[in-house]
Design a protein around this ligand. Structure first.
Ligand SMILES: [Cu+2]
Length: 678
């Protein structure tokens, strides 16, 4: 009976979703429906209670799972005390730019107590994606979750490159239906609103995290000064050996008990102290402020860490995410090779590595051999857990996020005698089983270990190549820190307006009046891109920081890169004529977020096949909040019309001088809106 009810209810939601699809868009396709209640709560993901934001009472939120070609309907109900929007990272939103999420660009913020429904098709996309809040920095408070699109049957998969064993091949096909998820997130001591307030009122870059959560879990451990110093020394040697300019002096170690460096030039703390002394004639209270490098003494906690059970399978099919808002990370599993088969939702030529370099926002899919018999045959001790390590790779903090790989079933799934036999896996604060590939600072422990970064991957599908020849538009960006807490992506130091999220959305304004121009708004990039044209983003970076830049609405080919120099030409044609060394036109990587090397450049190519207003921004929370953001206007004449019920959906009107949206809400439309069954 229960089963019958379940089947019936599934059928009913499907019908409901299909009906909406038909009436709203005229499409007839499979539609999968989710409803997300976003609530405020208190939780201790790392053993320390804090305000958190939850999705259906959990963080990370539920897995959104679908097949390539399906329609997805996600209704977001905002029960938070603050406004919110929702974004689906990496999904192109082709034909539905209004479902993309950024406030002020494609929609109004969803005010407290209100809802917004995203309806879009997963056309021509598969693999690992994720969703997160795209308003202020609320993804950092827990509003994020995984999304997986199972590839269509006719997708070329790289499995046959890895094995010709038919059993294994069919095993891979089976495993790809239910991949395992590992999401690494940066977790701050304070809420994101508190961080932003400290940043813009006190002049401090929040910089350091309290914990590196893995699947929303972690425990605080407090490594000794001696341990930190060892890692610090290794980092310094590495930097010295790779720096084009020799670093002669060993810098003095000055970091707090959570491994955060006290560096006044980057965290702004020195400035603050002087400023405060001038104003009040007294010392600032270091302890209560807890600026980066001056955190309160670390206290260990006993909370749970994530455990991945092999369930006696021979392989893990693993989607590895960096969903943080602060730091790039490296990833490894002690004693286990990683076979990289996809990045950012695109199968790649398989690469075997011990370590992944994961910029913020990036997803890798890897196969990991966990064959119990094979391990036993070579004397590997599977009676102990293996460490799964994420580590911060930035020079600002030494921080590791541990979880465990266990060769068994979890205790509650099977007979205890047959199941997990470890006394307390959680007690392993310093797990040592097999070969360890990276240290607590994310550095490789041997030159023999191979690392994969996104720029060395190549799409497996031979048709995935960029168009050759000159670009129709070359858009030049310059990533630069223009103040202690001011980050720009334009050569003239322009910042996107901090109030952009509260303005009438550009997409709405455009639909209401096609002649309206946005060129007066800082950060709007409108070079007159027409449908089908080729666009190159030439992105140079100042020497200090690596910035992970995300362009909505597109994946991009990295056709030129250098860690040593900014792009020394005006356009790609000049580089080709000059046989520039950094070019990779032949078989470039395809990604949807790109970390631009500090002091270097990337040139990213895409075809303008997705008319809309697309946000481009740094994925480091505080950089974006300070204005490191722009809006690319693409094929303005061909932007599809959004459904009127969305255009005129009631919302808080933040722009009282220009209240078109509310005042033009006619009685008829209001009635229609009221009648709409969501
Ligand atoms: Cu940045």
């Amino acid at each position: 009976m229960k089963l019958l009810i379940l089947v019936l209810s599934l059928f009913v939601t499907q019908i409901h979703c299909l009906k909406d699809l038909f009436y709203e868009y005229g499409y007839n396709s499979v539609c999968i429906q989710y409803e997300f209640n976003i609530t405020h709560g208190f939780a201790d993901p790392d053993g320390v209670y804090r305000e958190v934001f939850l999705i259906n009472n959990q963080s990370p939120g539920p897995l959104i799972k679908a097949n390539e070609g399906d329609w997805i309907k996600v209704k977001v109900n905002n029960y938070l005390p603050v406004a919110l929007t929702f974004h689906f990272h990496g999904l192109l939103q082709k034909g539905t730019p209004w479902a993309d999420g950024p406030a002020g660009v494609v929609q109004w913020p969803i005010i407290s107590g209100d809802s917004y429904t995203h309806l879009f098709q997963l056309n021509d996309q598969y693999g690992a994606f994720w969703y997160h809040a795209h308003y202020r920095e609320y993804s950092g408070d827990g509003i994020y979750g995984p999304m997986y699109i199972k590839p269509a049957a006719n997708r070329p998969r790289p499995y046959a490159v890895i094995t010709n064993n038919t059993d294994e091949l069919s095993e891979f096909m089976e495993l790809e239906k239910e991949p395992t998820t590992l999401m690494a997130a940066d977790w701050f001591k304070w809420t994101q609103d508190a961080n932003i307030a400290r940043t813009f009122t006190k002049g401090i870059d929040p910089l350091c995290i309290q914990s590196l959560l893995v699947n929303g879990k972690q425990r605080l451990t407090c490594p000794s000064n001696e341990t930190f110093n060892k890692v610090h020394l290794r980092r310094w040697r590495e930097k010295n050996s790779t720096s084009p300019v020799p670093i002669v002096r060993f810098p003095p170690v000055n970091m707090d008990s959570i491994g955060c460096y006290a560096n006044p030039t980057t965290n702004g703390f020195k400035f603050l102290r002087n400023d405060q002394r001038l104003k009040y004639g007294q010392r600032f209270d270091d302890e209560s402020l807890q600026a980066p490098g001056f955190s309160k003494p670390c206290k260990e906690t006993r909370s749970e860490r994530e455990i991945i059970y092999t369930m006696r399978k021979r392989y893990l099919y693993l989607n590895v995410y960096n969903v943080g808002g602060a730091f790039g990370k490296s990833f490894s599993i002690d004693d286990h090779d990683l076979v990289v088969i996809a990045i950012d939702g695109t199968f790649v030529h398989p690469l075997i590595a011990q370590r992944l370099i994961i910029p913020i926002g990036t997803r890798y899919t890897v196969l990991v051999k966990v064959d119990l018999e094979e391990r036993a045959a070579r004397g590997s001790d599977t009676s102990e857990p293996f460490a799964i390590r994420f580590a911060v790779t930035s020079g600002n903090q030494i921080k590791e996020g541990l979880s465990f790989l266990v060769y068994d079933y979890p205790l509650n799934l099977t007979d205890p005698i047959d199941g997990v036999k470890y006394d307390d896996i959680q007690a392993y604060n310093d797990p040592q089983n097999g070969e360890q590939f990276q240290d607590m600072g994310g550095l490789s422990l041997s030159p023999h270990y191979k690392s994969v970064n996104p720029l060395i991957t190549r799409p497996f599908d031979p048709t995935l190549r960029p168009p050759l020849g000159p670009a129709d538009h070359s858009v030049r960006l310059f990533l630069n820190r223009t103040g202690t807490i001011e980050f720009s992506m334009f050569a003239d130091g322009d910042l996107a307006p901090r109030g952009l999220e509260l303005e009438a959305p550009l997409l709405h304004q455009h639909q209401l009046n096609h002649n309206v121009s946005f060129s007066h708004i800082n950060g709007v990039i409108d070079p007159g891109i027409k449908l089908g044209q080729t666009v190159d983003l030439i992105v140079d970076a100042a020497p200090d920081i690596k910035h992970p830049i995300h362009l909505h609405g597109h994946s991009v080919y990295a056709i030129s890169s250098s860690v040593l120099q900014t792009f020394p030409y005006d356009c790609i044609v000049e580089a080709v004529a000059d046989s520039y060394q950094g070019l990779n036109f032949d078989h470039p990587p395809l990604v949807d977020i790109f970390e631009v090397p500090n002091g270097g450049h990337l040139v990213l190519r895409f075809v303008a096949d997705n008319p809309g207003f697309w946000l481009i921004h740094c994925h480091i929370g505080i950089h974006m909040a300070s204005g490191m953001m722009g809006v690319l206007v693409e094929a303005k004449d061909d932007i599809p019309e959004m459904p009127e019920f969305l255009l005129y959906q009631a919302h808080a009107n933040y722009d009282l001088m220009n209240s078109k949206a509310i005042s033009s809400l006619s009685d008829v439309l209001q009635e229609e809106y009221n009648d709409t069954k969501w």
